[in-house]
Design a binder for this molecule. Structure first.
Ligand code: COA
Length: 184
């Protein structure tokens, strides 16, 4: 599939799961907090750092990644990243040289609970762990499904908790080279 088509399909999946597009009752299966648009994606992903899962030529899952410098499009991410300077993880600073921003991630409803997230994450780690030692992401405290999936199934570690515009979030990190061995 062409890159632009992949982005458009990913954005369709994003918009169907965007927190502002979901009713309260629908949010229990997770939601995307920080939207991308096609221009931002195109600008960000001149390299190969968007990972998608496809079935029958349809995008059924995606994981976005970028450097800490690249991910400046959201005030929430900028705030999270400003706090990383005080944190070390496995003895390493979480800075632009060592850390990669992971997320947003989204799996189509029909394909959740089937290991798509683990597969996407595994491929992402394999591609990026020679350039980046650590992956960082954030999860809303109101998204227990994502918490469960990332902490218990991918083996990510909570390294920070913060509040932004009245909402609370966890920051999670993982050592990309080790991550696949910790997955359940
Ligand atoms: C978050 C997401 C990527 C996880 O992928 P997934 O395929 O659904 O993950 P899994 O089903 O393998 O794992 C989720 C776990 O949470 C559990 N779970 C489901 N709903 C839950 C809830 N409301 N509270 C707590 N745990 C819950 C599941 O039972 C499962 O655990 P188990 O396999 O031990 O039973 C996917 O649900 C998704 O895309 N949601 C919408 C967008 C989103 O939230 N993105 C993440 C933003 S940070």
């Amino acid at each position: 599939m062409q890159r632009k088509l992949i982005f458009l399909a990913s954005l369709q999946l994003q918009n169907a799961n965007l927190v502002t597009n979901l009713a309260e009752s629908e949010r229990r299966d997770g939601f995307v907090t920080t939207p991308f648009d096609v221009d931002t994606l195109t600008e960000l992903h001149k390299g190969t750092r968007a990972f998608v899962a496809c079935v029958d030529n349809c995008v059924i899952g995606y994981a976005m990644t970028g450097t800490l410098q690249e991910f400046q499009h959201s005030a929430l991410i900028v705030h999270m990243n400003s706090r990383l300077q005080q944190i070390t993880f496995h003895g390493l600073p979480i800075d632009a040289a060592s850390a990669l921003q992971y997320g947003p991630v989204c799996i189509d409803k029909e394909f959740r609970g089937r290991g798509v997230l683990q597969s996407l994450f595994k491929v992402l780690c394999q591609h990026l762990n020679s350039d980046f030692k650590i992956g960082v992401t954030f999860i809303s405290t109101l998204n227990p499904r994502s918490y469960q999936a990332h902490v218990w199934k991918l083996g990510m570690t909570i390294v920070d908790e913060f509040e932004f515009t009245g909402k609370e979030y966890y920051t999670l990190a993982s050592v990309l080279a080790q991550e696949t061995s910790k997955m359940k």
